[in-house]
Design a protein. Sequence first.
Length: 298
Amino acid sequence: MDTTARTSATAARAACLSTHDDGSHMKDRRALLEEVRAVVREAAERIEAIRAEPFATDLKDDSSPVTRADREADALLRARLLALVPAGWLSEETADAPERLDQRLVWVVDPLDGTKEFIQGIPEYAVAVALVEDGRPILGVVHNPATDEVIWGARGVGVFGGDVPVTVMDGTTLLASRSELKRGEFEPFQNRWNVVPRGSIQLKLAHVAAGRGAVTLSRGPKHEWDVCAGALLVEEAGGRATALFGDPLVFNQAFPKTHGVLAGAPAAYAAALARIHQVGASDRMAELTHRTAPDGGS
């Protein structure tokens, strides 16, 4: 098969995931999902292999940590996923390229969400992959390498924990970032909610989708790769996933950060949103008032 034919074939497979079809391509959607799950598993296995070895920790320009596991997982995912579906690419560990803005289909990837937990040996980190079409995620996979837990789904297909269908579940458990807890950002929620610390934001979102927490939120900016896959999972599992004050999440933006995130089962989401309107965003959100263009890097 020549390059043109191969590109056409993979584009046709991606079209099977389109939100505009009549539901007749369910088997094709599941087939592509299985292939993506296999790729994500391969990245997860590579991460765990590196964790078993001595590894160095470097600092990025923003002082966040990065390891060989982040970089190698990113390279593996980019090669394998773009071979499955040629599309734009947005990843935490790849320098941003404006060409993605011209693409209808874009992979949005965090090769290792929760690097701090990975470094500290806390088993709450994840590989997160989403495929976005026209600004909306249509496929999502979140895989915890440490526990081998995988939560995955697509629009019109549903959400699964392993091979078991899962749905959101209302309640009072609010999954929270450890660093944001230390900053006091969850103090306004302590009386109403059972606030439970958990690592990776993608893992928190996936656990909400699977009914292992009623709601999660961040009152500060999040990169698109932090929330894209998990937001899809929450919505397809029967919940709501939006920016902090309820605005729709739109992905593949020129400046790829969201105005926070709020995701949960319907009643929990509504209760948390009401409280957010009372207490407002974190002072960290001020960053977005000064940025309207791409970072130019990871």
